[in-house]
Structures are given as structure tokens and as C-alpha cells.
Design a protein around this ligand. Structure first.
Ligand SMILES: [Zn+2]
Length: 296
């Protein structure tokens, strides 16, 4: 009797399920629509969190829906070394303990060095050499004047700036220890590290070509309210070739926006994955297991 009832119920379910699957040909395909809606909802959440201006948010949504290489580009970037796309700014610190373990000393070669003890992470140093060779072919010599700074060295730099120019001015151009991109070991300050650098052959060449080698200007002109720092025409961060192009293509060349976006994206993705994971997991502990535990 029970077996018969199970059979009947299964039959009804099976019939219902197979019938509902037969959509009339004129109806839109539900799975495609659901995917697009889901994608848009996901990206709207990300954009909300990333605090991007309206025009850039609109660009991104357009790219999500019209340009398949946009989403695959994000995936590609997120697979690179996380420190290449890590947001380090006035609100996002690396902490006191972070120090890269692959620093190499910069040696005068295709580029000049302004002091002896400059170091960078190997990947950035290699790229700097490649970029400097290209610049040299166009009769431009790059000069590295500041590179990796440890937490304690940044503390000295910041304290000196505060002493010399007062806290307000110091905060416009130097980071508190832990909050400096220089601690990543992926940043070079070129030339004179001052406004005198602007308009030099070196500065003009970098502003046109650095992105091709994976370098991005961190604090562009007129973006102080966004980056927290006044225009520093000399401060370039190595982000890798994929991200440098991504910044140009979708974020008007503003590194800060791209990094805010990637941070929000990766955090939302984790939440999404967590939700999927939770939905797939069976309810544990089960009734029986709970009862068993209760009795022990
Ligand atoms: Zn700098």
C-alpha cells in the first residue's frame, strides 16, 4: 500500500516536472534571463559598495551586459598576486607586520637610482627594467628615487614631514605608517619627487607609456578628494599589465576606482559563494544526530 502511494506521488511529480520544462517556443528562455538579472543584481551590489561615480558605474553595467571580456578580465586579475590589486589607501592599511619576502635591490642599469639601498619586489623590479629599456630607446632615462619602505621607515618619513610642514600638509602627500603603498614593495617615486618633475621628459613619457608595462599613476591630478592625496606625478604603482589596461579601459585611468571596485567585487563574490555553499549543505546536525547528542 505504502509502496503504491510512493509510486503515485513520484508519478505526479515526474509528470509535473517534465511538463513545466516544455516551454512554448515563443516564451523567453528563463535560464538566460535569470542569469542576466542575477548578474546585474550582483554588480549593482558591488557598485553600491565600491562607491564609484555615476558615469563609471554606468560604464561598468554596460560592460557587464555587452562585453564578455569584462567579466573574464576581472577573473584574470583576481587570479594574479592579491597584493597587485590590494586597496591600500587612507582607510585601508597593510598593518605593521606586512613585509614582502621577495625584495631585490635596484641596481643602476637601464635606469638610474638616486640612492644605494632601494629595493622592490622582484616582479616590479623586472618590469621596471623592461620599461626603462623601452624609455631608453626613446632617449628618456628613468630615475628611481624611492621604492620599498618598511613600516618603521614610513613612520620616520611621516614624522619628518609632519615636523617640517605640519600635520595637514603632511597628510596630503605622505601616508601614516601601515597605510603607504610603498610598503607593498611595488611602488617607485621617480625623479625629483616634487612638482618640478611634472612636465619633464621622464614624466611625460611615463604618463603615456607606463601602463603598457603594468604601472599606474596612483594619485592623478584633480583627484585628491577621491585618493586622499594631492597630485603626485612621480608616484607609480606596479599593478600588472592586465590591471593597468583594465584601469584605463573601464575606470578612466583612475587606479583608486578600480581597486575599490575589485575589493567590493571580491568581498561580494565571497558572500555569494558562501550563500550558494550554505544552500547546498544539508541541514546538519540532523534530528537524529541531535537526539543522540542530547542523550549522551
Ligand atoms: Zn610615493
Amino acid at each position: 500500500m505504502i509502496r503504491l502511494r510512493v509510486f503515485a506521488v513520484s508519478f505526479i511529480f515526474f509528470t509535473f516536472f517534465t511538463c513545466t520544462k516544455n516551454y512554448p517556443q515563443s516564451a523567453p528562455k528563463p535560464d538566460v534571463n535569470q542569469k542576466e538579472d542575477g548578474n546585474n543584481t550582483f554588480f549593482l551590489n558591488v557598485l553600491n559598495k565600491a562607491l564609484l561615480p555615476e558615469n563609471i558605474s554606468a560604464n561598468i553595467l554596460k560592460a557587464v551586459n555587452e562585453n564578455p571580456s569584462f567579466v573574464s578580465g576581472i577573473t584574470l586579475i583576481l587570479r594574479t598576486d592579491p597584493y597587485l590589486w590590494k586597496l591600500v589607501d587612507k582607510n585601508n592599511s597593510l598593518g605593521e607586520s606586512y613585509a614582502p619576502d621577495d625584495l631585490v635591490e635596484l641596481k643602476k642599469g637601464s635606469y638610474l637610482v638616486n640612492r644605494k639601498d632601494l629595493t622592490l619586489r622582484k616582479t616590479a623590479a623586472d618590469s621596471l627594467e623592461e620599461m626603462a629599456q623601452a624609455a631608453k630607446k626613446e632617449e628618456v632615462t628613468l630615475t628611481a628615487s624611492s621604492a620599498y619602505r618598511s613600516y618603521s621607515y614610513q613612520a620616520q618619513v611621516y614624522d619628518r614631514n609632519v615636523r617640517e610642514m605640519g600635520k595637514e600638509s603632511a597628510d596630503r602627500e605622505s601616508a601614516r605608517p601601515g597605510f603607504s603603498q610603498h610598503q607593498l614593495g611595488l611602488v617607485v617615486d621617480f625623479g625629483s619627487i616634487s612638482d618640478a618633475f611634472t612636465g619633464t621628459k621622464e614624466e611625460v613619457w611615463l604618463s603615456r607609456n607606463a601602463w603598457r608595462y603594468g604601472w599606474s599613476l596612483s594619485f592623478p591630478e584633480g583627484m585628491e578628494s577621491i585618493t586622499g592625496y594631492r597630485w603626485e606625478s612621480w608616484h607609480y604603482r606596479y599593478v600588472g599589465a592586465e590591471l593597468a589596461k583594465f584601469i584605463n579601459d573601464y575606470f578612466n585611468g583612475i587606479q583608486q576606482y578600480a581597486l575599490q571596485f575589485l575589493k567590493a567585487y571580491s568581498e561580494n563574490k565571497l558572500v555569494q559563494l558562501q550563500n550558494i555553499h550554505n544552500n547546498l549543505l544539508p541541514d546538519i546536525p540532523t534530528q537524529r544526530a541531535r537526539r543522540r547528542r542530547g542523550s549522551g
